[in-house]
Design a protein. Structure first.
Length: 60
């Protein structure tokens, strides 16, 4: 009886671990996507700032 219970418990723990693993992989992908979005936004802002700076220099 104890052995059966331990087997059941081990299976359910393994199932939970699998779920957590899948979730963490999904989160990692999301994080990478967000990081990429932020990088793209930063690059856009950098371009705008340098264009603005160039306008300012040209007007001097």
């Amino acid at each position: 009886e104890d052995e059966e219970f331990n087997k059941y418990r081990e299976e359910s723990v393994n199932n939970e671990l699998e779920k957590v693993d899948k979730m963490s992989k999904r989160l990692r992908v999301k994080y990478i996507e967000l990081d990429q979005d932020n990088l793209n936004e930063d690059q856009e802002e950098g371009k705008k700032e340098s264009e603005d700076n160039n306008k300012y220099i040209d007007n001097d």
